[in-house]
Design a protein around this ligand. Structure first.
Ligand code: HEM
Length: 525
C-alpha cells in the first residue's frame, strides 16, 4: 500500500503541471472571434491601431470600408499612437445623432480648425456657432430658386456652350493630335470657372482649348491637398514642426495660400470700387452680396469666398468624373440617359412652340431629368466627392449604438464606406444601378425619384449643416450631362480590366486622371 504523503505528492506532481498547462492555454489561446470581428485590426498598448493604420495609409478609404463592413453596428474605434481615440461610423442612427439630434455637441472643433485655419481662416467650413450661422444665413440667398435659375441659364450654359462643347468637338475631330483628353482635368477646369463666377463674379478662363496654366488654380490645388494631408496625418506633430521651421510641405502651403489670398484681395478691392461707383449693380455673385450687406472687412470676406470656391470646385468635378466612368462602362444606363435627354428636349420645344408657359426653360428641362438624377445619386453612392467628414465632441456623450465618446474625441462618418454596406443597400451594393432610386409609375408611364434618408446617404452631409450648394450642384451636373451625352460618347482610353483608383484629400480624385477619347454621336442615336 502507498503511504498517504507520497500518494499526495505524486498526485500533486501529476495534476499541477496539467492545471498549469490548461491555465496557460486558456490565457494564450487565440481569442475566438466572430467571423466579422476576426477581420478587425489588433490594438496594442501605447501603439493602439497605429501599425494597421500605417500599413493602410495609402488605401485609407478602402481600409475604413473594410473596418465598417466587418464591425457589428458599423462602428469602430481607432486608437491612435499614445492614446487618442477616433470613432469611425457608417451607422445611420449614429450619423443622425451627430449631424442632427445632438448637433450642438458635434461641431468642427478646435482640432479641425488648427488643421484648416491657415487656408480657410474663419470661413464657413472652419467655424461653428454664431460665426457659422451668420455666414450660412447671408450665403443662403445665393441659393434661392431665383438665383439658381439665373445660375444655370447664364453661368453654366455659357461655360458649357462657349467652352466645354467646343473643346470636346475639337477632340472628337482629332484637333491637336491624339484626341486624348484627361476628362478629370477638363471637368475641374469647368467647375473652377463656374465657382469663381459665383463666388467672386470673376472669370478665370481656365477651360480654354490651350488648357492654360493658372497660378490661382495650381495654388488652390496645393493648398487643398496639403491641408487635407494635415487632417489625415498619423503623427500631427510632424506637420506642426515643419510649419514652425517653415520647411517642406508647410512652406509650400504658406506660399500657395499667399497666392490665393492675394488674388482674392485684388478681386475684392476691384469689386468694392465697382459697387462704390454703381450702387445698383445687379451682381449675383456671393462677394457682392456680402459686401452690399455691409461686411467690408477684407479678411472676413476673403475667408468666406475661399471656403465657397473650395466647396464648389472639386466636388462637382469629382462627382462627374466618376459618373462618366460608370456610365461609359454601363451602356444600358447610358442609353436610358440619352433617351431621357432627347424626350425632355422634345417636351421643352413643344412647350415653347405651344406657348404654354409650362416649360421651355433650361432650368425646367434640367429639373425634369429624373433618371439622370438617379444615375448621379448612384454614382455618388459608390464614389462620394467628400468621402469622409469628422466632428469633435464638445462634451462626453454616448452614441446610439452604445459607444462612449469623451470630450474632444473625433467622430468620423464615412459616406464612401456607407455606400458599400450591405445592411443599407442590400447584397447588390457593388452594382451600379440607378433604378434603386426610382419607382416606375405605370399610369403616367414615367419614373419618379425616391429619395433615401440623408443619414443613410450623407453624401451632402445632413441636418442643419447640410450642403448649401446641393441643388446648385445637381443643376450644374445635370446640365453638363445633358450637353455632353446628347452629342458625344465619352470613351475611356484605358487597357482592358483597368480599375480606377479612388483617392481623397479633402475631396475625391481619380488617381492619375481619367484619359478618354471623345466620339461624336450620329444625331439620331
Ligand atoms: C456634388 C457636389 C457636392 C457635394 C457632394 C457636396 C458635399 C458637401 C458636404 C459633405 C458638406 C459638409 C462639409 C463639412 O461640413 O465638413 C458640404 C458643405 C457645404 N457645401 Fe457642398 N457639396 C457639393 C457641391 C457644392 C457646391 C457646388 C457648393 C456651392 C458653392 C457647395 C457649398 C457648400 C457649403 C457652403 C457648405 C458648408 C455648409 C455649412 O457648413 O453650413 N457645395 N457640401
Amino acid at each position: 500500500m502507498v503511504p498517504l504523503p507520497s500518494f499526495l505528492a505524486s498526485t500533486f506532481f501529476l495534476i499541477f503541471p496539467l492545471i498549469f498547462s490548461v491555465v496557460i492555454f486558456l490565457i494564450l489561446r487565440p481569442k475566438r472571434k466572430s467571423i466579422e470581428t476576426r477581420k478587425l485590426p489588433r490594438s496594442y498598448p501605447l501603439l493602439g491601431t497605429y501599425l494597421a493604420a500605417s500599413a493602410n495609409k495609402h488605401r485609407r478609404n478602402q481600409w475604413f470600408t473594410e473596418l465598417l463592413q466587418n464591425s457589428p453596428s458599423s462602428t469602430f474605434v481607432i486608437k491612435h499612437l499614445l492614446g487618442p481615440r477616433q470613432i469611425l461610423t457608417g451607422n445611420p442612427a449614429v450619423v443622425q445623432h451627430i449631424l442632427k439630434s445632438n448637433f450642438p455637441n458635434f461641431g468642427k472643433g478646435d482640432a479641425f480648425r488648427v488643421n484648416v485655419t491657415d487656408f480657410l481662416g474663419d470661413g464657413i467650413f472652419a467655424v461653428d456657432g454664431q460665426a457659422w450661422k451668420f455666414q450660412r444665413q447671408v450665403a443662403s440667398h445665393e441659393f434661392n430658386a431665383k438665383s439658381l435659375r439665373k445660375f444655370v441659364e447664364t453661368v453654366v450654359d455659357a461655360e458649357l456652350h462657349a467652352r466645354l462643347i467646343p473643346i470636346l468637338a475639337g477632340a472628337a475631330a482629332g484637333d491637336g493630335g491624339s484626341g486624348l483628353l484627361d476628362f478629370q482635368d477638363i471637368l475641374q477646369r469647368f467647375a473652377f470657372d463656374n465657382i469663381c463666377k459665383i463666388a467672386f463674379g470673376y472669370d478665370p478662363a481656365y477651360l480654354l482649348p490651350s488648357l492654360p496654366e493658372s497660378k490661382l488654380a495650381v495654388a488652390f490645388d496645393a493648398a487643398t491637398k496639403i491641408t487635407g494631408e494635415r487632417s489625415m496625418s498619423l503623427i500631427p506633430l510632424m506637420w506642426k514642426i515643419k510649419k514652425f521651421f517653415n520647411v517642406g510641405s508647410q512652406r509650400e502651403l504658406a506660399e500657395a495660400v499667399a497666392v490665393v489670398r492675394e488674388f482674392a484681395l485684388t478681386v475684392i478691392r476691384e469689386k468694392k470700387k465697382e459697387l462704390a461707383e454703381n450702387s445698383s449693380l445687379d451682381s449675383v455673385d456671393l462677394l457682392s452680396r456680402f459686401l452690399s450687406s455691409g461686411h467690408s472687412d477684407d479678411k472676413f470676406v476673403t475667408d468666406i469666398v475661399i471656403s465657397f470656391v473650395l466647396a464648389g470646385r472639386d466636388t462637382t468635378s469629382a462627382a462627374l468624373t466618376w459618373f462618366f466612368w460608370l456610365v461609359s462602362t454601363h451602356p444600358r444606363v447610358e442609353r436610358e440617359i440619352l433617351s431621357e435627354i432627347i424626350s425632355s428636349e422634345k417636351k421643352s420645344s413643344a412647350a415653347e412652340e405651344g406657348g404654354t408657359g409650362g416649360g421651355g426653360s433650361v432650368y425646367e428641362e434640367v429639373k425634369e431629368m429624373v433618371y439622370t438624377h438617379a444615375a448621379l445619386c448612384e454614382s455618388m453612392r459608390l464614389y462620394p466627392p467628400v468621402p469622409s467628414d469628422s466632428k469633435h465632441a464638445a462634451n462626453d456623450d454616448v452614441l446610439p449604438n452604445g459607444t462612449a465618446v469623451k470630450k474632444g474625441e473625433r467622430v468620423t462618418y464615412h459616406p464612401y464606406a456607407m455606400g458599400r454596406l450591405e445592411v443599407i443597400w442590400g447584397k447588390d451594393w457593388p452594382e451600379y444601378r440607378p433604378e434603386r432610386w426610382l419607382k416606375w409609375d405605370e399610369a403616367a408611364k414615367k419614373w419618379s425619384f425616391v429619395a433615401r434618408d440623408p443619414y443613410s446617404y450623407p453624401v451632402f452631409q445632413a441636418g442643419p449643416r447640410i450642403c448649401l450648394g446641393k441643388e446648385m450642384a445637381f443643376l450644374q451636373m445635370k446640365r453638363v450631362v445633358a450637353g455632353v451625352v446628347r452629342r458625344f460618347r465619352v470613351v475611356p482610353a484605358v487597357d482592358e480590366g483597368f480599375n480606377p483608383v479612388f483617392l481623397s484629400y479633402l475631396t475625391a480624385k481619380m488617381k492619375g486622371g481619367f484619359p478618354v477619347k471623345i466620339h461624336e454621336r450620329s444625331i439620331n442615336c
